[in-house]
Ligand binder design. Structure first.
Ligand SMILES: Cc1ncc(COP(=O)(O)O)c(C=O)c1O
Length: 464
């Protein structure tokens, strides 16, 4: 077991990778992984973690990395938060699990109550149910919307990622996630996501937004009539799709369309939630702009790495479900006691440590660093994001905007070998995403930026 002095020094340390990477201990485990775990559970990095603290992780050979991925948006409050660890240990002393259908535990109710008070849905007076993963949250959100509206069709977006289950891989745009496992779920239609960087050439922002809104009318005319649509499912900032924020002007118009036709707006805040954007949810910004969603699906950073996800919606919507699908939402592990204990601490930490403000500060510093790199490298076509959810899109040239996935793949592998963990995103695999734990120090952020710069330079030299 690591001693506290070790953990403190890891929290404040800087990246360092020495000798061969991966080291011998990591390599031995990776070899066993290759023999025992299917390759379709992708192994993107030769990184074998031993422990984590703050925004830093240490591998089994003692190498240290600044982590800009955070378990893909799970570690917003940082690794090894003492209060989270203590709460989970205390809960473990009492009991691990109590199935919500059988015996109620207070942690579930406490967490539901707090999220209900905080979640910026349109109705504002909420109920919350818990499940285990992002995909399950989306599955349940869709069931709730269908039950409430009595309609069976859903509109998702180009570039969307909502998970890997049968329904959510149908909702997900990139078909490498579902090709070969057909049939897909029926009743799913796809609108074009308002991707401003790739709007028709020469269009102003307003013209681009109108262009994307026209696509919705086209779907109503030639895909599915509006009065047969239960919900739009939208990521407020697309994650896997390439870190693309939906312009608030577009969401306002979409909200109006939903209201005109009795369609639910589901915000998939699985990756964007829990202070990442500078608010608890991006839906807070939506609400400020008069376009709050009806239903919010959340997961990832909700419980700092203990599996938990949730769906929050207005009381009227939630209370209708039982009339339609009796006992049809939930599941054995949903709202697990260890996870709820952790989730309550996460909310305290976000509040007490002002993590939403911290997300704005870290995001500003990161964006400034990325924009400086954009001035230096023609291949960075776009830098975009909200708060600390920032993406860099790489292109072969700024005029054609042809995606440059080979460069991104090389940069990522080079960076990890130097002590920076970054991840790819985008349907064309040409975006690097910034999803760093919000507790990262300025020195760690700068060290990561230097590694990124060196990795871009080296990767470009190799490709030319
Ligand atoms: C926006 C979004 N929705 C849903 C999911 C699926 O979550 P999970 O992998 O926990 O099922 C993800 C995962 O990356 C996501 O980013």
């Amino acid at each position: 077991m690591p001693n506290t002095a070790d953990l403190t020094s890891l929290r404040d340390s800087l990246p360092s990778v020495t000798g061969v990477f991966p080291g011998p201990k990591a390599q031995a485990i990776l070899d066993r992984r290759a023999k025992n775990v299917p390759s379709a559970v992708l192994c993107n990095y030769p990184l074998v973690i031993k422990r984590g603290q703050g925004a830093m992780i240490e591998d089994v050979d003692g190498n240290r990395f600044v982590d800009w991925v955070g378990g893909v948006g799970v570690m917003n409050v940082g690794y090894g938060q003492p209060k989270v660890v203590e709460a989970v240990k205390n809960q473990a002393d009492n009991f691990f699990h109590s199935m919500a259908n059988i015996s109620t535990h207070k942690g579930y109710i406490d967490l539901a109550e707090r999220i209900n008070a905080l979640a910026p849905t349109k109705q504002g007076v909420n109920k919350t149910m818990f499940v285990n993963s992002g995909a399950e949250a989306i599955e349940n959100a869709v069931k709730i919307a269908k039950a409430y509206t009595g309609r069976s069709n859903i509109i998702a977006f180009s570039g969307a990622f909502h998970g890997r289950t049968a329904l959510t891989s149908t909702l997900t745009a990139k078909k490498t996630f579902s090709a070969g496992i057909e049939p897909a779920m029926g009743g799913v239609y796809r609108a074009t996501f308002p991707y401003l960087y790739r709007a028709p050439k020469g269009y102003s922002k307003e013209e681009s937004i109108q262009y994307y809104l026209d696509n919705i009318q086209y779907i109503f005319e030639q895909g599915v009539p509006a009065n047969q649509v239960a919900a739009f499912v939208m990521e407020p900032i697309q994650g896997e799709g390439g870190f693309i924020p939906a312009p608030f002007e577009y969401v306002k118009a979409l909200r109006k369309i939903c209201d005109e036709h009795g369609i639910m707006l589901i915000a998939d805040e699985v990756q964007t939630g829990f202070a990442r954007s500078g608010r608890l949810f991006v839906s807070n910004y939506w609400k400020e702009n008069g376009c709050a969603p009806d239903i919010i699906a959340m997961a990832k950073s909700i419980a700092a790495g203990v599996p938990l996800s949730g769906v929050t919606a207005g009381v009227d919507i939630m209370d209708k479900v039982q009339d339609v699908i009796v006992g049809g939402i939930g599941g054995t592990f949903g709202g697990n006691a260890l996870a709820c204990a952790s989730g309550l601490q996460v909310l305290d930490i976000i509040e007490n440590e002002k993590l939403a403000d911290r997300a704005l500060k870290v995001g500003k510093l990161a964006k400034e660093g990325f924009e400086a790199l954009q001035d230096k490298y023609e291949e960075i076509g776009d830098v975009r994001g909200i708060g600390s959810m920032v993406g860099l899109e790489f292109v072969k040239d700024r005029d054609s905007k042809e995606p440059y996935p080979e460069l991104v793949a090389k940069i990522i592998q080079t960076a990890v070998s130097k002590g920076l963990v970054i991840e790819m995103a985008g349907v064309k695999s040409n975006v690097i995403r910034f999803l760093c734990p919000l507790v990262v120090t300025e020195d760690q952020l700068n060290a990561g930026m230097d590694i990124l710069d060196a990795s871009i330079q080296e990767s470009l030299a190799e490709l030319k």
